[in-house]
Design a protein around this ligand. Sequence first.
Ligand SMILES: [Zn+2]
Length: 327
Amino acid sequence: MQELLPCFRDWLATQRDEAKALTLLRALADESLKVAGSTDPQQLEFDALDLAQACHWPECDDFDAASKKIKSANLEKYLSSRAADHEAFFVQHGLQHALRVCKRSPSGRHRAQWSLEPYSLASPVAIIDAQRDNEPVEAGLGTDGPQIEYDYATAGTVRPSWLARLLFGDGWFRTKSLRGLLFVCTGLAPMVCAAALVATVWLMLFVKRPVTTADLAFLIFAAGLGWMLWDFLRSLWWLLSDRIVPASDVLLGWREDPAQLESFKDGNARIIGLVRYSATCPVCAATVELRYGEGSERRRLFGCCVEAPQEHVFTFDRVTRRGRRVR
Ligand SMILES: [Zn+2]
């Protein structure tokens, strides 16, 4: 165990995914290394809070939130989908065993415990295990493809950037409020700009003189500005009619993952807030984020795996918060 852990940590260090599972496994490896000399097997087990603390997550004092987040990270899938690379790394370092995640769920009110356990790379047990790990995926792919469930971070938990805090406060605002009025103004201002642009171009039709370089420069500038205004107004329109659009990075805090702007009802009031739908890819355990489709589906949001965004694609339904594999 003591020689497997450093090797496992080195293998994790070579991974370049943006998966929650990777952060968790690194924390699990580091924590296990600290107590690797211990003879008490219970010291090598960690519950959700220990892991959340080791990852410096904000959920480090909320057991339910931490345990939900760890469950959705799907540690076992992360390792089993990368088993070939992972096991080859151990073999390369002259080891006959590799490490896998073991989750022990005691009955009653005891908390589930995660630990790393060695398994032999040569014995047929490992091969059977690997096959068993792969089976559900294959079986799932045969019928409807693997299902995906999206986690939802409510409005107020996604931090806006300092610039957007003026409009969003803690992450949301009511449309019938001072902030709502400000929001309407952010929509009206581009409309006025667009109208002014059209009026200028129309007035230029009456100018009877040869085209100059200044005219061409103005034309390029006006086209660029017009495109930006159109893009902004279109996403505003889509927000009101489709209820959800991806939020621009300008609106989000520096350390925030991609989030969405959602418009929803709370009683009679309509609220616009920054929320986040995220999921863990059931194929490779990387993070899934929402992106627009292409071609005729450029207005439809899909859940795309950040590691294989063209291959691991899932539908997205903001009501059921579920999806199935498209590609
Ligand atoms: Zn994936």
